[in-house]
Design a protein around this ligand. Structure first.
Ligand SMILES: Nc1ncnc2c1ncn2[C@@H]1O[C@H](COP(=O)(O)OP(=O)(O)OP(=O)(O)O)[C@@H](O)[C@H]1O
Ligand SMILES: [Mg+2]
Length: 259
């Protein structure tokens, strides 16, 4: 049964899509069946795997708004073991189309139920806000991965996010666990960043992944050349970092008794 993980942070550009894509790559390399779910109307994740994403139909918006068949919306990718439920700007209609619909937060998990048995992992890439799309993702997920940068904002922003998670936990999804925060774009040579690194690890002693992703141009290149990092640069430190991270994710999934 697919382990459902959301990758979320309301701050933009922290690496949600990079982590979704990199993790999918290494899990597929290990023989897992991964479904990537793009919940961001920017369609960044989808555009890595699909040409002309803004022309694509049907998308996840059709599934969530118009109850389209999820199997006909999921696409295979060039990478064995990775399928994707794509998004594009059509997802911008989500809020207006479902306004006043109290059940809407459950629509993603309800749709995913149908294909749950076909995947070992489902990774949900969230948009940079706490909108309805993020809500649906957090209601559908069992675990949450939160990419952060070592900046002053990280600790403050995480309090707001944890409040939001508490609210989701109260009724809609009591089972949702924070799997952990993962530091991204880290530059240890900057003393301010290493001091925020320490602050984060003191603030969240049990919730930080040991893995850290350095600021490295290969991550951007792999997105631009539309390949997960382990396919783009299989022998690089960057790819190995994602392999280590995947092991940690598996450990945290076990520890939180998700699987
Ligand atoms: N470790 C890294 N080193 C260098 N560049 C990175 C790293 N991680 C991400 N980037 C680059 O930073 C930019 C933002 O990353 P990404 O798109 O993954 O963030 P995001 O949180 O998904 O953004 P958004 O909030 O817009 O969805 C991208 O250009 C990406 O290639
Ligand atoms: Mg993104």
């Amino acid at each position: 049964m697919g382990i459902r993980l959301a990758i979320a942070n309301q701050k933009g550009g922290v690496g949600k899509t990079t982590v979704s894509m990199g993790l999918a790559g290494v899990l597929a390399e290990e023989g897992e069946r991964v479904l990537l779910i793009d919940m961001d109307q920017q369609g960044n994740l989808s555009s890595v795997f699909i040409d002309n994403i803004h022309m694509v139909q049907p998308t996840i918006a059709d599934v969530l708004i118009r109850d389209a068949d999820i199997r006909q919306t999921i696409r295979t990718t060039a990478f064995s073991g990775i399928d994707i439920l794509p998004a594009n700007l059509d997802l911008a209609n989500l809020d207006s189309a479902l306004a006043g619909d109290d059940d809407a937060q459950f629509y993603l998990i309800e749709s995913l139920q149908e294909v749950l048995a076909e995947y070992s992992f489902m990774l949900i890439d969230c948009p940079p806000n706490l909108s309805r799309a993020t809500r649906m993702a957090l209601v559908a997920a069992q675990g949450l991965i939160i990419p952060i940068e070592c900046q002053e904002w990280a600790v403050k922003g995480s309090a707001q996010l944890e409040n939001y998670i508490d609210r989701v936990n109260r009724r809609a999804n009591p089972g949702l666990k924070i799997l952990g925060y993962v530091i991204n774009k880290y530059d240890a040579r900057r003393s301010l960043e290493s001091s925020y690194n320490r602050v984060l690890r003191e603030t969240f002693p049990n919730k930080m992944f040991a893995s850290e992703f350095n600021n490295n141009v290969q991550y951007t290149e792999s997105a631009t050349l539309r390949m997960p990092i382990n396919f783009y640069a299989p022998h690089s430190r960057q790819a190995d970092c994602f392999r280590r991270f995947a092991r940690e994710v598996r450990d945290h999934v076990k520890k939180e008794q998700i699987a």
